[in-house]
Design a protein around this ligand. Structure first.
Ligand SMILES: *[C@@H]1O[C@H](CO)[C@@H](O)[C@H](O)[C@H]1NC(C)=O
Ligand SMILES: *[C@@H]1O[C@H](CO)[C@@H](O)[C@H](O)[C@H]1NC(C)=O
Ligand SMILES: *[C@@H]1O[C@H](CO)[C@@H](O)[C@H](O)[C@H]1NC(C)=O
Ligand SMILES: *[C@@H]1O[C@H](CO)[C@@H](O)[C@H](O)[C@H]1NC(C)=O
Ligand SMILES: *[C@@H]1O[C@H](CO)[C@@H](O)[C@H](O)[C@H]1NC(C)=O
Ligand SMILES: *[C@@H]1O[C@H](CO)[C@@H](O)[C@H](O)[C@H]1NC(C)=O
Ligand SMILES: *[C@@H]1O[C@H](CO)[C@@H](O)[C@H](O)[C@H]1NC(C)=O
Ligand SMILES: *[C@@H]1O[C@H](CO)[C@@H](O)[C@H](O)[C@H]1NC(C)=O
Ligand SMILES: *[C@@H]1O[C@H](CO)[C@@H](O)[C@H](O)[C@H]1NC(C)=O
Ligand SMILES: *[C@@H]1O[C@H](CO)[C@@H](O)[C@H](O)[C@H]1NC(C)=O
Ligand SMILES: [Zn+2]
Ligand SMILES: [Zn+2]
Length: 612
């Protein structure tokens, strides 16, 4: 019997490209999540709806095809953007039935993180293609992230091709781009609109105080923005609510400046804040009539916020507003649970079209190209360093093997150093594809070397880099952290969160929680009970050093060797090198390109050698 293509897909319960036109290709099949391959725990309870509700995404970084590996907890995040679109469509229907407002909001960082955003062919623009799928969703409000600003052309693409698709609703209150010598907002500075139920809304889109933006883009600090005449004018009129999107963490950042500026004029008007950037789940209230929600990263979380607001144009009271918030694990089980749909009623033609489009893009970018098969999971923080399961240990092993390929200096003994921030995501057991390489390390950084460093000195460099609370040029550790934060490094803050939840999640609870699966265990200060939609047990957490090095060669300390390092840390390496010896004063001129292989490629080269 010849079954139609769809039926075969459904029956095989897993293989997505089975009906594609090339049955003979050797690439990995994208795992179809029509039926999740692992049994998924459903959410704990229905969502609490209010008269105004928000579905929130942030820091998606190109993760639109969902998390595709089978290792825990990846299946929890296996919903793709087509599934998400179907979810949004059903939720919109529910909102109509309930006759309430439902808004869809994104808080930025669409660039940098997966093959869909970064795997574009030479001459392309990062995330241009993947943003096409964002444009297919009915976002009511979006704002710019710091990852939209590292490369001028990416910002230009947002200005010319993305913002116009959401007229007036792509907000960049404090971010400009310079075009033909004129500085203009990348999107719009603010928005005023009415919801379906007639509520008047004033919105801003604020970026945290980011300093590493490319030439031709401007970020105004939040403290200065709130003093602008346009800002005062924009918030002057009293709306039914302020709805603020921002690529700025809800805690330990500058939201209070914006909140205070508004409260000074409107002591009682509801303020709803949708934040982002630090990649955590969090929620807090500045007062009983405001709330601030942050919804994680990498499409591992979809945020839900509801508020029981009075009908439009009702006189304000000082009574606390009833809010609720929830952090959803984006997968089909979650989506079906909350929309009351089943396996066969959930998909919409629209959602399936998006999934198909994403799979086609994945094919066009050759993202399923397989470098090898990873023998087990290698993680950033779930395994100790050093250990066989640490991705940092893997990199320390992989660099000398990968960078030796086609390299005339390969026979000269060496020590290779990188900062651990070059690694962005875990590698999971199974196929290691072009997409996996880009999620593990998307950074196109080069490797440099300084020849003739004596082995004794070279051996001390990584220790010097990691050492002592003072960095190479004698700055205090907090200043170094603050500077990194301003340049966009969020990993330290994210890891603090993982560490905290791991320590809080005591072994006792882990025993009780025998039926719980690994994932985020969020605590926040918002009302309404536990925020996590599906209860989890916290992932193990181990800290790791900021810098890692390959094993020292077995040579005497006076042997001249190559000191190889990632270009990103050049000034730190030179500083330490000059503090460890006084014979030579090393400068940038002593460093030369070691290989054409970039950080974003080296794990693939290694996998082809070792995992094939
Ligand atoms: C999370 O992933 C684990 C492992 O596959 C699975 O057992 C669990 O049911 C998942 N939970 C949800 C809500 O998807
Ligand atoms: C930026 O884009 C323009 C045209 O789209 C192109 O000519 C230029 O080479 C790009 N610059 C970079 C640095 O990619
Ligand atoms: C842009 O402005 C600068 C400084 O105002 C000026 O020197 C330069 O000539 C201008 N360039 C163009 C293309 O107008
Ligand atoms: C941003 O652009 C607006 C409009 O051109 C301009 O008035 C403002 O000075 C610019 N702001 C910054 C910080 O460059
Ligand atoms: C209103 O909310 C604030 C902030 O959450 C809280 O401190 C206060 O106790 C609440 N007041 C009442 C009457 O519930
Ligand atoms: C959906 O399919 C899965 C896998 O076949 C099955 O376990 C689950 O019970 C189905 N759910 C519904 C609501 O039909
Ligand atoms: C680590 O890997 C090495 C090489 O494969 C193996 O010999 C060793 O037993 C492993 N160590 C542990 C603790 O698994
Ligand atoms: C090494 O050189 C060979 C032959 O020129 C080439 O096919 C291969 O792609 C190179 N490998 C890398 C990783 O550059
Ligand atoms: C390294 O040192 C040796 C001997 O001191 C010298 O001959 C050689 O030119 C040096 N190499 C480089 C690249 O500086
Ligand atoms: C785990 O699940 C099983 C089957 O649903 C149930 O019988 C058992 O009581 C659960 N254990 C705990 C600790 O909740
Ligand atoms: Zn981000
Ligand atoms: Zn960010």
């Amino acid at each position: 019997m010849v079954l139609p293509c769809l039926a075969i897909v459904l029956m095989l319960a897993g293989i997505a490209l089975a009906c594609g036109d090339d049955h003979t290709h050797t690439h990995t099949h994208v795992q179809k999540r029509e039926f999740p391959s692992a049994p998924l725990t459903p959410p704990s309870r229905p969502l609490q709806w209010g008269s105004l509700n928000v579905i929130h995404t942030t820091d998606s970084h190109g993760w639109l095809l969902g998390h595709q590996h089978a290792s825990f907890p990846e299946p929890n995040y296996s919903g793709d953007f087509g599934d998400f679109a179907s979810f949004v469509a059903h939720m919109k229907e529910l909102a109509l039935e309930k006759d309430v407002d439902l808004l869809l909001i994104d808080s930025g960082d669409l660039h940098d993180g997966t093959g869909l955003s970064d795997g574009f062919p030479v001459g392309g623009v990062d995330a241009h293609a993947s943003n096409g799928f964002f444009k297919q969703l009915p976002y009511d409000l979006l704002t710019i992230g710091n990852h939209e600003l590292y490369i001028y052309n990416n910002t230009l693409d947002m200005h010319e091709n993305f913002a116009p698709h959401f007229p007036g609703r792509y907000l960049s209150s404090n971010v400009n781009i310079t075009i033909n010598n004129a500085s203009v907002p990348v999107g719009s500075r603010f928005a005023k609109f009415k919801t379906r139920k007639g509520r008047s809304v004033t919105s801003l889109g604020v970026l945290y105080d980011f300093t590493d933006n490319d030439a031709g883009t401007t970020v105004q600090f939040v403290a200065d923005m709130v003093k602008e005449a346009w800002f005062a004018e924009a918030i002057k009129e009293k709306p039914d609510l302020f709805l603020l999107a921002g690529h700025m963490p809800v805690a330990r950042d500058n939201w209070p400046l914006v909140y205070d500026a508004i409260r000074a004029v409107h002591p009682l008007t509801p303020i709803l804040i949708l934040g982002g950037h630090s990649h955590v789940r969090n929620c807090l209230q500045f007062d009983g009539r405001s709330i601030a929600l942050e919804s994680g990263r990498y499409m591992e979380t979809v945020g839900w916020l509801s508020a029981d607001l009075p009908p439009p144009n009702t006189a304000e009271t000082s009574q606390n507003i009833t809010f609720s918030r929830r952090y959803l694990d984006p997968n089909r089980v979650t989506y079906e649970f909350h929309t009351g749909k089943g396996n066969f009623s959930f998909d919409t033609a629209w959602g399936k079209g998006i999934t198909k489009g994403l799979e086609d893009l994945s094919k066009a970018f050759d993202l399923t190209f397989e470098y090898g098969v990873a023998p087990h999971d290698f993680t950033l923080s779930r395994s100790p360093f050093p250990s066989n399961d640490s991705i940092l240990s893997l990199v320390a092993t992989a660099l000398p093997i990968g960078l030796a390929v086609n390299n005339t200096r390969a026979s000269i003994p060496n020590i290779m150093i990188t900062n651990s921030g070059e690694l962005r995501f875990d590698i999971f057991a199974g196929t290691f594809t072009k997409n996996d390489q880009l999620t593990a390390s998307p950074f196109m950084d080069s490797f440099l070397f300084i020849p003739n460093v004596t082995a004794g000195v070279a051996k001390g460099v990584v220790e010097g880099l990691n050492g002592g609370g003072l960095d190479a040029v004698g700055r205090r550790a907090e200043d170094v952290q603050a500077e990194r934060w301003a340049r966009g490094y969020v990993e330290a803050r994210y890891r603090e969160w993982l560490k905290e939840m791991h320590e809080r999640d005591s072994p006792t609870r882990r025993d009780v929680a025998e039926n719980l699966t690994l994932g985020y265990v969020t605590t926040d200060t918002c009302p309404g009970g536990v925020g996590d939609d599906t209860p989890h047990v916290a992932l193990p957490f181990f800290s790791s050093p900021d810098y890692i090095a390959s094993a020292a060669p077995d040579v005497s300390d006076d042997t001249p060797i190559d000191l190889v390092f990632i270009d990103f840390i050049q000034s730190d390496v030179l500083g330490v090198l000059n503090s460890l010896q006084s014979e030579t004063v090393y400068t940038g001129d002593d460093a030369a390109l070691y290989t054409d292989i970039l950080m974003s490629q080296v794990l693939g080269v290694y996998a082809q050698q070792v995992w094939n």
